[in-house]
Design a protein around this ligand. Structure first.
Ligand SMILES: O=C(O)CCC(=O)C(=O)O
Ligand SMILES: [Fe+2]
Length: 340
């Protein structure tokens, strides 16, 4: 944008304000408050079952549906899909039981006009910024180390409420989140959080994310090697109120994930970061050892297996576009390759 004071062109770094990089002249940017009724939705898909758009049976991932016991705070009575990866580790997709429950968090995070900002992209094109806006708080971790530190105690009440959702989602793993990463995508063109893993060596226990706002696709693929192209193995439709958690180091070592969205969306990710010099009780390590091998919780329960067996017998669901990855589409209609 051109500065009407000094004439310089500046980038938009902050979500709610534009600051001239020459003379610091600041203009507030009005953005409407998005609600559950103004968010965008993915096109319907005939293959979708319990939030799973497609998966490759040849990946040997097994999925089962589980009802969350009533004593689990917040999530009692909800359903979740658990995907057990062949290398160990699992991904849990909590399917929102009542989407209204997170409306207050979604709207509150917007009303707070928090200092979400865009980061620089490591690229030959100097000065390029990411399309999404981020905000961190808590322990430093490498992926966010170039962000200004903001302590966990600086969280607003509504940010703590969001973290509490994540904390309750990992109830059974003994994880205490001391780092939270918020990611905001504005309505408009497709935004993508590029392929990455969350296998930072200082991150321990399950990493989980709460989705607020527009539907998104979360894809998992095998990591590319010098001899093998990456293969997309799982595609999840994550919606307002859903929580996805990844358990076990193998999920990060052998796979990477990306998130694609077109509408306004905020996600809140929780991590337990154990930096050098932090004192950790021995008991915590013992719990973590199990969780990090991916044996902390997922067991296949008899009678609860949902697609594993049925889909195995079907023709493989093709999730790759030109041998690469799933077609991403919003209305009017998904391409047939998406649904057959
Ligand atoms: O946006 C999401 O739902 C997930 C974000 C994510 O993968 C991350 O923060 O590492
Ligand atoms: Fe991630």
């Amino acid at each position: 944008m051109w500065c009407d004071r000094c004439g310089r062109i500046s980038r938009r770094v902050w979500v709610y304000k534009w600051v001239c990089e020459g003379c610091q002249h600041t203009i507030e940017i009005p953005i409407p408050i998005y609600t559950r009724t103004t968010i965008r939705h993915l096109p319907p898909s005939r293959t979708e079952q319990y939030g799973c758009r497609s998966f490759k049976p040849s990946s040997n991932i097994r999925g089962y549906l589980e009802r969350i016991p009533n004593h689990v705070p917040r999530f009692g009575g909800w359903e979740r899909m658990v995907y057990v990866f062949p290398e160990g580790g699992h991904v849990h997709h909590f399917l929102a039981g009542n989407r209204e429950d997170v409306d207050g968090v979604y709207e509150g995070l917007q009303r707070g006009r928090l200092p979400f900002r865009r980061m620089g992209v490591k690229s030959r094109l100097n000065g390029l910024l990411t399309s999404n806006f981020v905000l961190n708080s808590g322990e430093a971790y490498a992926q966010a180390s170039n962000l200004p530190a903001r302590s966990m105690t600086e969280n607003t009440r509504i940010e703590l409420e969001a973290i509490q959702w994540l904390q309750d989602a990992v109830y059974e793993f003994g994880t205490v989140y001391n780092q939270s990463h918020k990611n905001l995508s504005l309505d408009g063109d497709e935004k993508e959080m590029h392929w990455h893993d969350d296998g930072e060596h200082t991150v321990h226990g399950p990493v989980s994310s709460l989705s607020l706002g527009s539907d998104a696709l979360m894809l998992f693929r095998t990591k590319p090697t010098p001899t093998q192209k990456p293969k997309t193995v799982l595609s999840l439709a994550v919606r307002h109120g859903d929580v996805v958690l990844m358990v076990g180091k193998a999920v990060q070592r052998y796979y990477e994930h990306c998130v694609r969205v077109r509408g306004h969306r905020v996600s809140v990710t929780g991590r337990m970061v154990l930096n050098e010099g932090m004192r950790v009780e021995e008991g915590v390590w013992r719990v973590l050892e199990g969780v990090e091998r991916g044996v902390g919780c997922a067991r296949r329960r008899k009678g609860r297996l949902v697609f594993g067996k049925e889909v195995e017998e079907e023709k493989e669901v093709e999730v790759e576009k030109k041998g690469e990855e799933e077609e991403w589409d919003y209305p009017p209609a998904p391409p047939s390759s998406d649904i057959e």
